[in-house]
Design a protein around this ligand. Structure first.
Ligand code: 5GP
Length: 190
């Protein structure tokens, strides 16, 4: 269960984390596989079930909690659950992939605690809260209510950055990708 390296990438919603993760997954040298989380939120137009997330009903999600199928899970927003199943780690280990977790700030620390030797945690920080708000509005994937809920959470999420091994400020996307790539590369060759 602990064979490959685990790369934890956490950030408040709208920090550009998912964009960075998608780019990193395309870099062959890093040999990364994406841990597909389970969630009870509905899928966005561009998202596929079983690729971006496993989209579950609240009942199915709770059943998995009961069956102890999660490595970690959180109610990230009110009534919206997210979690990483043990089966994802097994699946990616079988493929000899280093595993990337796109995860909230609390879940990220939870994984780090369970795999202290084989994991690295990276916090992607937006330049400021105004920029974060603009990104959430401009990406046009969230309702006004969802944007409000995400923003109200961001402030407290930002206070978690000093608990992470590395902090990357996403001011310039290309530079943030390059910096994250270097951190991961150093870690997987060490
Ligand atoms: P979104 O709804 O924008 O895709 O994700 C909302 C937040 O939930 C993001 O911070 C995302 O990284 C986080 N998240 C995604 N998957 C997981 C997971 O498996 N566990 C936890 N704890 N958070 C997750």
């Amino acid at each position: 269960m602990k064979k490959e390296k685990l790369i934890i990438i956490a950030a408040p919603s709208g920090s550009g984390k998912t964009t960075i993760v998608k780019k990193l997954l395309s870099i062959e040298l890093l040999n990364l596989g994406f841990s597909i989380s389970s969630t009870t939120r509905t899928n966005r137009d561009n998202e596929l079930d079983g690729e971006d997330y496993h989209f579950l009903s609240v009942d199915d999600f709770k059943e998995k909690i009961q069956n102890n199928e999660f490595v970690e899970w959180e109610q990230v927003y009110k009534n919206v659950y997210y979690g990483t199943t043990k089966s994802e780690i097994v699946r990616l280990n079988k493929k000899d992939k280093n595993i990337v977790f796109d995860i909230d700030v609390v879940g990220g620390l939870n994984i780090k605690k369970q795999f202290p030797e084989t994991s690295i945690s990276i916090f992607i920080k937006p330049p400021n809260l105004t920029e974060l708000k603009n990104r959430l509005i401009n990406r046009k994937t969230d309702s006004a209510l969802s944007i409000e809920s995400r923003l109200s959470k961001s402030e407290s999420e930002l206070t978690f950055s000093d608990k992470y091994d590395f902090v990357v400020i996403n001011d310039n996307l290309q530079e943030a990708i390059e910096e994250t790539k270097k951190i991961i590369h150093q870690f997987i060759i060490s």
